[in-house]
Design a protein around this ligand. Structure first.
Ligand SMILES: NC(=O)c1ccc[n+]([C@@H]2O[C@H](COP(=O)([O-])OP(=O)(O)OC[C@H]3O[C@@H](n4cnc5c(N)ncnc54)[C@H](O)[C@@H]3O)[C@@H](O)[C@H]2O)c1
Length: 363
């Protein structure tokens, strides 16, 4: 993620959307604004907040404005909360906002670090933040979430409708995400890429994926590789996570595996992610992995670490790697000091964690 031109005021579109998304985006913004105001004018964030989400849908019949993509196009980045609420069908809310942005802005690489934090007791017996640390690289533009298919034959009467949901695998789509994963592996202590498929059962798309992986791997002789079926990889996440560095997988498989990873690290609320358009033709989008958590929304219980970690990924992307590292250290110092929300065994509120991180930024 290299630095853009010299501009130091970053225009960021904030889309908190629904449920705890509102709370965690406010948390991330507070931390980023604290960093900016302590930078002595070196950089600043110019925020524009968009009201889109399920509440907007109930009022207007749309998850976002018709010209919403045009409105977003010129921002330096998008900072996203979570979309979904019980009053709107999940496929309507997800496709109407988050997937619409990801797909139209060709954010084809979704980076989801599985990071273990000091002070958080994870369910894995062998887990230790000093030795476990891996990244899930998710193909974010096609695969099982390509949106191809249809429903028909309901006219034949009750019980006769059929639905097709087709996964799309292109050589180009496979190759670009694999090169991204290999390039990322070269920046890490352990240079290894694990490719995940279910190519024993899915003999077209995923066999193509395997073949492209073998071909791309030949260009990276310094990077260790393995190909693992998704069922075996889910077991490996639990039993041998120390053997992982970069895990590259299709849209659905990586979505599931990264939730497993964040749960193993202690909570869904901890996991950060970046939806990248690596060519920078469009803004990239940074968001916690978790959803809108209707069960705890509005109570000050949301863990903001995933959203704050996503803000650190955004700083990397904006060309502020030192600030990103400072923020990551402040997050770890906060969890290490036992300032933890309820989902990770503590009693701190969202605001107390935010205050803890700001206090430890060393400003
Ligand atoms: N990227 C997204 O916008 C996204 C991702 C996943 C789900 N969703 C949507 O979110 C809604 C709820 O989905 P779900 O319940 O399957 O998943 P969820 O991630 O919202 O919640 C799953 C569990 O994790 C907990 N949790 C999630 N985030 C937390 C946080 N920050 N702090 C503490 N605990 C947290 C919740 O309380 C819940 O028990 C649905 O409408 C779904 O479509 C959106």
């Amino acid at each position: 993620m290299s630095a853009p031109a010299e501009r130091r005021t970053f225009r960021i579109a904030a889309i908190p959307a629904d449920g705890v998304g509102v709370e965690v985006v406010a948390a991330g913004r507070a931390v980023l604004d604290a960093l900016a105001s302590a930078s002595g004018g070196a950089f600043a964030f110019d925020w524009t907040e968009f009201p889109w989400g399920c509440g907007y849908y109930e009022k207007t019949g749309r998850m976002m404005d018709d010209d919403g993509l045009e409105a977003l196009r010129d921002f330096d980045a998008i900072y996203f909360g979570a979309v979904g609420w019980p009053t709107v069908p999940d496929h309507v809310s997800l496709w109407g906002l988050r997937l619409r942005i990801c797909q139209n802005f060709d954010q084809w690489a979704n980076v989801r670090p599985v990071h273990f934090h000091p002070g958080v007791v994870p369910p894995l017996r062998k887990a230790d933040h000093t030795e476990l640390d891996w990244v899930v690289v998710r193909e974010n533009s096609e695969g099982e979430y390509a949106g191809f298919g249809g429903r028909n034959l309901a006219g034949r009467g009750p019980g006769n409708e059929v639905a097709l949901q087709t996964a799309l695998f292109t050589e180009k789509g496979c190759e670009r995400i694999m090169r991204f994963a290999f390039d990322l592996a070269r920046t890490r202590t352990r240079r290894k890429v694990s490719s995940v498929t279910k190519s024993n059962a899915q003999q077209y798309g995923m066999v193509l994926w395997d073949e492209v992986f073998a071909r791309v791997a030949r260009d990276y002789p310094d990077v260790e590789t393995e190909s693992v079926l998704v069922d075996a990889m889910s077991a490996k996440f639990v039993l041998r996570p120390e053997d992982l560095s970069v895990v590259v997988a299709s849209n659905l498989n990586a979505d599931i595996l990264s939730d497993l990873g964040s749960a193993l690290a202690g909570s869904l609320g901890l996991a950060a992610s970046a939806n990248l358009n690596p060519e920078r033709r469009f803004p990239s989008m940074f968001e916690p992995v978790h959803g809108s958590a209707p069960d705890i929304a509005g109570q000050g219980l949301a863990n903001p670490i995933g959203a704050i970690g996503s803000a650190a990924l955004m700083l990397d992307h904006l060309g502020l790697p030192e600030e990103a590292e400072r923020l990551r250290k402040a997050i770890d110092a906060t969890t290490g000091a036992g300032v933890l929300t309820r989902d990770v065994g503590g009693s701190a509120t969202t605001d107390q964690v935010v205050a803890g991180v700001i206090e430890r930024l060393g400003l």
